[in-house]
Design a protein around this ligand. Structure first.
Ligand SMILES: *Cc1c(COP(=O)(O)O)cnc(C)c1O
Length: 345
């Protein structure tokens, strides 16, 4: 049975072309700086994002953690969104492993952190307080794209308040494709950016952290400390290079498919589509309580995977095609019709 998996864009499988690139990869021991493919990937991403240097790491979680650890010392803190990956979804790594305290602040509806509110969270230099050192933003944030004008303001804010500026850019290419700008236009507002290769770009593994040469030197040390130093990692770096060469522009298809899904689902009475939040490949829908468990399990029998719950996140990616969107909508309609019949009889 064909599986249509809308749970995340992390579920993509390497394509034939990508596997061929992995097969062909020239490798060496990267901890000895001997892996040409890893070096190539790092130089490629650094150039693409307009930074001096880059570091290839196993996961986005580690990339963000290293980013925070290279910017902050023990006893420092970072300003971060209450729902941000770098606060809520990384096991508290910065605090657990870096002795760095997060200062969470609520996101605004557009995924930004209100700079006027942030001011109040910056602690004065005083032995009582942690030292506020870093601002972490996320782009896209739950699929929402931060406006370029806001990024420029946030950069000025950081300069004024002597803060460093990190971007969790797990899906930053979705943002650049949506805005129709080079990703440099986003990255230039930050000291460091973490990019996931294993989301919509379709690589099986890996993230890249970009920053200045000196910062990446420090990052390389923290990667080793955290157990993220890898040996013949060219095999997976090759997948990343392939992803960057082939799968950026096509993210537009994922955005189009998400729009199509939203349009078709909004024609169904029982389902509320959060159309105002849909900008890229992540769509939220609200399902009536009585269906929140069943919809997911019945669809699963048809090979369609979605999360359970009342507020459901649906994510499009390169293994979901336009015709799959129609299949999904038809199966949801069928489910709703049958459950209504059951209620009548
Ligand atoms: C996926 C993701 C990450 C990284 O997660 P890993 O599972 O460690 O690769 C970081 N930030 C955001 C916003 C993400 O969606």
């Amino acid at each position: 049975m064909k599986i249509i998996d809308l749970r995340s864009d992390t579920v993509t499988k390497p394509s034939l072309g990508m596997k061929q690139a992995m097969w062909d990869a020239e490798v060496g021991d990267d901890i000895f700086n001997d892996d040409p493919t890893v070096k190539h990937l790092e130089a490629f991403v650094a150039e693409k994002l307009g930074k001096e240097a880059a570091l290839f790491v196993p996961s986005g979680t580690q990339s963000n953690l290293i980013g925070i650890m290279m910017h902050c010392q023990r006893g420092d803190e970072y300003l971060v969104g209450q729902e941000a990956h770098t606060y809520k979804w990384e096991g508290g790594g910065a605090a657990v492993l870096g002795s760095i305290q997060p200062q969470p602040v609520h996101f605004e509806n557009d995924g930004s952190l209100d700079l006027n509110k942030l001011v109040d969270y910056i602690k004065p230099l005083d032995d009582h307080h942690p030292r506020t050192k870093l601002l972490c933003l996320e782009n896209t944030q739950a699929g929402k794209v931060l406006p370029l004008a806001y990024l420029a303001q946030a950069k000025v804010f950081c300069t004024e308040h002597h803060l460093l500026h990190h971007l969790d850019g797990a899906r930053v290419f979705n943002a650049s494709v949506k805005l129709g700008v080079d990703v440099i236009e986003i990255a230039k507002h930050f000291d460091s950016v973490s990019v996931c290769l294993s989301k919509g770009l379709g690589a099986p593994i890996g993230s890249v952290l970009v920053a200045s040469k000196d910062q990446i030197k420090e990052a390389r040390r923290w990667r080793k400390v955290l157990g993220g130093g890898m040996r013949q990692a060219g095999v997976i770096a090759a997948a990343g290079i392939y992803a960057l060469e082939n799968n950026i522009q096509r993210l537009q298809e994922d955005h189009d498919n998400a729009q199509l899904l939203a349009k078709l689902l909004s024609e169904i009475d029982e389902i509320k589509v959060e159309i105002q939040n849909l900008q890229t490949n992540i769509l939220y829908i609200n399902v009536p309580k009585q269906h929140s468990e069943n919809l997911s399990s019945i669809l699963k029998e048809q090979g369609i995977l979605i999360p359970k719950g009342k507020r459901v996140r649906l994510v499009t990616h390169l293994d979901v095609h336009r015709e799959d969107i129609f299949t999904v909508v038809n199966q949801i309609k069928k489910y709703l019709k049958e459950s209504q019949l059951k209620m009548v009889t």
